[in-house]
Design a binder for this molecule. Structure first.
Ligand code: GUN
Length: 299
């Protein structure tokens, strides 16, 4: 049976390091990390995410501000808010929660965020830095950064020469996690909906990252014995066994089957999920340290 990688515990460790780092930065430089989270509209899932980001920022000792804008807010108004936050020296991280309402061009908003405050790592400058391996000054998207910490905790820091297969090619997870694995000297393959014989390809993976958003798509017999399996999927499916109308969360990996072959595997929930918010806190601290000319802690 596989080791279950507890993202919850590892995320708690990251948050503890952030709290210590924030206290030290205040002591040494008089700087409190500031995070601004912006949400437009009333999507209930987004509201839950944003509230937990703001709450965690406070818990870390940050200056935490949340801007909640009406669903009908105009694009120019949102651009003006981002520009104001760009110019605010008390703010080191800006996160505009996605998805935005359809009448707003998300691309324009993301490219308006100052790359030095883009803690989501979505600005072209940060995407380019990740692609060229300039990790010392980049911001890396939070979920991929969290995946790498989980992989390193399972396998150690040296991933050289390992075969990594990333299932999914999104800009938020698939592509950045593939770039991080490449920067860590893995041999990386990105698989997607047009990939031929995905099960056979998956069986070559020492590290398998599933980020497709299809419930339990990755089966137990796709897993190489001893592989490290990182399940980024969060899918809500009907659970009639729990009662009428009940649901449960599952990942992109058929967990029970996969755990029989894997060396280590993340659960859903409690795997990658808690790491995303922890890495947002880490990136905000890193941004504040950079702006104060101080070396950030290692995560
Ligand atoms: N919505 C879902 N995930 C994310 C994320 O990582 N960043 C932002 N800004 N919005 C999201």
């Amino acid at each position: 049976m596989a080791e279950i990688i507890s993202g919850k515990l590892i995320a708690e460790g990251v948050v503890a390091t952030v709290k210590r780092g924030a206290a030290e930065l205040l002591e040494a430089a008089g700087v409190t990390p500031g995070l601004a989270v912006v949400i437009v509209g009333e999507d209930p899932a987004s509201q839950v995410y944003v509230a937990s980001k703001s709450r965690m920022a406070k818990e870390c000792g940050f200056h935490s501000v949340q801007h909640t804008l009406a669903a009908g807010t105009g694009e120019d108004e949102l651009v003006a808010l981002v520009e104001k936050l760009n110019a605010d020296p008390a703010i080191h991280g800006i996160l505009v929660q996605l998805p935005l309402p359809a009448h707003i061009d998300s691309g324009r908003i993301i490219q308006t965020i100052s790359p030095e405050k883009d803690v989501d790592g979505f600005h072209f400058i940060n995407v380019g830095k990740l692609g060229t391996g300039e990790l010392g000054t980049a911001f890396v998207p939070c979920t991929p950064a969290g995946c790498m910490i989980l992989i390193e905790r399972a396998r150690g820091k040296d991933l050289s020469g390992l075969n990594a297969v990333v299932v999914g090619r999104s800009n938020i997870v698939g592509k950045p996690v593939a770039n991080l694995l490449l920067a860590a000297n893995c041999t990386v393959t990105i698989a997607h909906s047009r990939t031929r014989d995905l099960p056979a390809l998956a069986r070559t993976a020492d590290i398998l990252v599933a980020a497709v958003g299809r419930p339990e798509m990755v089966k137990g017999d796709w897993i190489k014995p001893g592989a490290t399996v990182i399940d980024v999927g969060v899918n809500r499916i009907p659970a009639p066994e729990r009662g009428e109308g009940k649901t449960r969360l599952v990942g992109d990996v058929a967990f029970r089957e996969a755990a029989e072959s894997a060396g280590a595997i993340t659960p859903v929930p409690g795997g990658v999920g808690p790491m995303t918010i922890a890495m947002l806190m880490a990136s905000t601290l890193v941004s504040a340290c950079r702006s104060a000319g101080r070396t950030p802690p290692q995560f």
